[in-house]
Design a protein around this ligand. Structure first.
Ligand SMILES: *[C@@H]1O[C@H](CO)[C@@H](O)[C@H](O)[C@H]1NC(C)=O
Ligand SMILES: *[C@@H]1O[C@H](CO)[C@@H](O)[C@H](O)[C@H]1NC(C)=O
Ligand SMILES: *[C@@H]1O[C@H](CO)[C@@H](O)[C@H](O)[C@H]1NC(C)=O
Ligand SMILES: *[C@@H]1O[C@H](CO)[C@@H](O)[C@H](O)[C@H]1NC(C)=O
Length: 506
């Protein structure tokens, strides 16, 4: 009896309620499963992320919910599938009318009532809207320095790379607005000067961390890097420094930024009370060839529902609290909101969440409460539902489709020419023995011993599908050129006249 009372009392207490930890959530862009040194890449130099992995928990089976930018960011920040928030199909553009609905509750909004100060730096990509309606400042972030969407969504011949005044190498969306840098809701630079962008982000982040520590308030910093998205760039300190070329330089700059954030945490003396999480939004854009990133041994990349599209590097580091190691437990970006809420002792929003609290996995090495992964393509459709399902070690593909973003590798299944194909029975892979999805277990029919597993997977899919809500699409609301950001709203001709030098950067 006493045991049960203790158990109940224990389970009702939020784990770290007395002392909410500081949180730094670092989100890389288009980085693949095989891109970090600590995930086996031979020519990537990532000493700081490798050190974070060595002192923290490195995940081998960590997934994002979205195979492209906007839906994966929506899932990360809300703990809900993109279908529920309407952040599908595809992504937001500079003049998109839609955005992440303000009714959605972000991690920042969950943590603020617990006394957190909140900030975001980097790439938002969840909408801009008229007068900044959808910017992070409207979604619980008290401080914001960053760019509203991807940096190739503007004419990249105006994106300055290093050495100064050389255009970045690449082709981007012509005819759109020059890329703006926002401080709060004001454009402070347009177009962005990439050679100094990361140092501005670093200064902003350090000031934010030090101020929060000084005020003795817990902080939440969402650091959404543009690295290693195409076109790759790096400042003077990192350009030409990596054996892996421009991609390697961009990665080196990201790694250097992570090192500086960790140094700031240590120098502020709050390392024992700061959780740092690192992961990426979706798989590599292999169509960019040697600058496209790597999914390592996994199949295909960005925009596909093969493992390379959605399985990501992930590291959780908390000095003295998280036991260093490697885990093969299942985890997802969708789990981050409920996990942080539990660690902070913050109340969960009263809405349907799709993630699980992983705090006991992080702090006590428990098994993960997550047993399934649901794979949505970039354009989810309520009729088809998920394209694939992972249950434990097994993955079933009900549909497969290649993608433009996953072009150029020798595997033709990844290419845009690999049309949407329904599979009944599904393709079935054992990801423990065959992580590369090479050997379909049902190739020669369904063996008797796999019938119960298959039935269970079909049942799980149908049940998931019945429970799923598909909100009105926010990305399909169309575009309006008036919404293109311009630092100088009265100027003509737009968008080329929208140019401003660094204004009031922090
Ligand atoms: C947007 O901002 C402009 C200029 O500040 C203002 O005139 C306009 O009323 C605003 N529109 C809305 C819908 O708030
Ligand atoms: C971009 O920033 C770099 C580094 O601060 C500077 O040297 C360069 O002049 C800037 N370029 C432009 C076009 O402002
Ligand atoms: C952090 O924890 C370690 C081990 O418990 C302790 O030795 C150290 O003094 C702590 N550091 C700070 C800055 O509190
Ligand atoms: C949660 O939301 C439901 C439906 O919107 C409502 O009926 C219920 O009262 C809410 N619960 C709390 C605790 O706010």
């Amino acid at each position: 009896m006493a045991f049960w009372i203790l158990f109940l009392v224990g389970s009702l207490l939020p784990p770290a309620a007395a002392d909410p930890p500081n949180i730094i959530l670092i989100f890389a862009d288009d980085m693949g499963y095989g891109d970090l040194g600590c995930y086996g890449h031979p020519t990537s130099h990532t000493p700081n992320l490798d050190r974070m992995a060595a002192r923290g928990l490195r995940f081998t089976d960590f997934y994002t919910n979205g195979a492209v930018c906007s839906p994966s960011r929506a899932g990360l920040l809300t703990g809900r599938y993109q279908t529920r928030s309407g952040v599908y199909p595809g992504v937001f553009y500079p003049s998109s009318r839609g955005g992440l609905p303000l009714s959605e509750v972000t991690i920042a909004e969950v943590l603020q009532p617990r006394g957190y100060v909140t900030a975001m730096v980097g790439k938002w990509h969840l909408g801009l809207g008229l007068n900044g309606t959808f910017l992070p400042t409207r979604q619980g972030f008290q401080h914001f320095l960053g760019v509203p969407y991807s940096h190739d969504q503007g004419p990249c011949q105006h994106l300055v790379c290093f050495p100064p005044d050389t255009p970045c190498v690449g082709t981007c969306d012509l005819g759109e607005a020059l890329l703006p840098l926002f401080l709060q809701e004001k454009i402070v630079q347009q177009p962005v000067n990439f050679t100094e962008l990361v140092s501005l982000y670093q200064d902003f982040s350090k000031v934010f961390i030090r101020a929060a520590v000084h005020e003795q308030k817990p902080f939440f910093l969402y650091y959404a890097s543009h690295h290693t998205h195409y076109p790759q760039f790096a400042g003077a300190r990192y350009s030409g420094r990596s054996p892996r070329g421009r991609y390697g330089d961009a990665l080196l700059e990201l790694d250097g930024a992570v090192g500086e954030l960790l140094d700031t945490v240590w120098a502020s003396g709050v390392q024992n009370n700061t959780l740092v999480i690192f992961t990426s939004d979706n798989g590599p854009e292999t169509m960019r060839m040697e600058r496209g990133g790597s999914s390592g041994l996994l199949k295909c990349g960005k925009s596909t529902t093969y493992e390379g599209g959605l399985r990501e590097p992930a590291i959780a580091y908390w000095e003295g609290r998280i036991q260093p190691g490697v885990t093969a437990e299942l985890a997802s970006t969708l789990d981050i909101l409920p996990t942080l809420a539990a660690l902070a002792g913050a109340a969960l929003p009263n809405i349907t969440l799709d993630g699980s609290d992983l705090s006991r996995l992080l702090l006590h090495g428990d098994t993960s409460p997550r047993t399934t992964v649901h794979y949505y393509p970039p354009s989810p459709d309520p009729e088809r539902g998920i394209y694939a399902l992972r249950l434990g070690r097994y993955k079933a593909h009900f549909y497969t489709q290649g993608a433009f973003h996953s072009e150029t590798t020798p595997d033709a299944d990844c290419h845009v020419t690999a049309r949407l194909t329904a599979h009944d029975p599904p393709l079935l892979f054992d990801l423990h023995t065959d992580p590369a999805e090479n050997y379909d277990l049902l190739k020669r029919g369904v063996p008797q011993d796999l019938v119960p597993l298959l039935n269970k997977m079909l049942q799980e899919r149908d049940q998931f599908q019945r429970s799923m809500g598909y909100a009105e699409s926010q990305t399909d609301k169309g575009k309006d050129p008036v919404l293109r950001p311009c630092c100088n709203p009265q100027c003509t001709p737009k968008p080329s006249c929208c140019r401003c030098e660094v204004g009031g950067t922090p």
